[in-house]
Ligand binder design. Structure first.
Ligand SMILES: NC(=O)c1ccc[n+]([C@@H]2O[C@H](COP(=O)([O-])OP(=O)(O)OC[C@H]3O[C@@H](n4cnc5c(N)ncnc54)[C@H](OP(=O)(O)O)[C@@H]3O)[C@@H](O)[C@H]2O)c1
Length: 249
């Protein structure tokens, strides 16, 4: 455990943080899926419908670093809409390099939202998505990739990203998408910030829906700052080892 005191920012230097959050090498064409989420002390994944009220300066620092380290941010449609996502700038000058992937079966996305239509964004959907919404988004400039017949097959979604060379994946939620990724055993690690606040109310947790049973992850590190935030990283045992809890756990 690393205890970082007397600072509102994490006091480990950027190089050390970068080492702590480095993506492992993967087989060619295989994605490594990291999820990054924030929660209150009592488990809320949103405050007044947004995650922003749960974090602090250290969380912003880790959030920014994780974006810097990833090839592509993967996010559910509701989070894109509710959190007002903007496009994610591609590294280098090529705007067609995919940096944001939005999962949406309904295509109930705002064609006027830049994050949806940017050249660096792909919308991962399916063949059965409503034709009128598909046409409207394509006309607005969105890039749609079908990943299934009647629903979004997340394995196929990740294969599309790997085909584009985007194998270091950062899932920023929300809870519905994260649960579905766990259910398909596609989450390699979870970075979780826990803030020192009690929210109460009926806010949901960081997963919502079927996760495919109880999951057990291995703690990789714990960081702290003196604002009371904890920054944890949880990983699978070995590459390919399921995060599902086995009988002997
Ligand atoms: N605490 C945190 O770290 C954090 C992070 C992110 C978001 N949030 C909060 O979470 C809330 C939004 O999360 P949410 O759970 O409602 O939605 P979400 O996970 O952002 O998006 C869920 C949507 O993803 C699409 N989807 C398509 N195929 C899917 C599949 N196979 N599995 C799962 N989803 C699929 C569906 O969109 P269609 O309906 O278009 O088909 C589904 O409605 C907001 O309040 C946001 O502030 C919190």
């Amino acid at each position: 455990m690393y205890l970082l005191q007397k600072a509102t920012q994490l006091t480990v230097d950027r190089d050390t943080l970068t080492d702590l959050y480095a993506y492992p090498a993967t087989d060619a064409g295989t994605c490594h899926v990291r999820a990054n989420m924030v929660t209150s002390l009592d488990g809320a994944a949103a405050a007044d419908g947004l995650s922003a009220g749960l974090g602090g300066d250290g969380d912003k620092q880790v959030f920014g670093l994780l974006r810097d380290l990833t090839d592509v941010v993967l996010v559910g449609s509701a989070t894109v809409t509710q959190e007002g996502y903007g496009p994610i700038d591609p590294e280098g000058d090529d705007p067609s390099i995919t940096t944001l992937a939005i999962v949406s079966g309904s295509l109930h996305l705002d064609a006027d939202q830049d994050a949806v239509t940017a050249a660096s964004t792909v919308v991962l959907t399916h063949e059965g998505a409503p034709a009128d919404r598909r046409a409207r988004l394509v006309e607005a400039g969105a890039t749609l990739l079908d990943c299934g017949t009647d629903d979004v097959d997340l394995h196929r979604a990740l294969a599309h990203l790997a085909d584009r060379g985007r194998t270091r994946v950062l899932c920023e939620g929300g809870p519905g998408l994260l649960a579905a990724l766990f259910a398909d055993d596609l989450v390699d690690e979870l970075c979780l910030t826990t803030g020192p606040t009690l929210i109460g109310g009926d806010a949901g947790r960081i997963t919502h829906g079927d996760t495919g049973g109880t999951r057990r992850l291995r703690r990789a590190h714990v960081l702290a700052d003196d604002e009371g935030f904890l920054f944890t990283r949880w990983v699978r045992g070995e590459r390919g080892e399921s995060t599902a809890a086995s009988d002997d756990n």
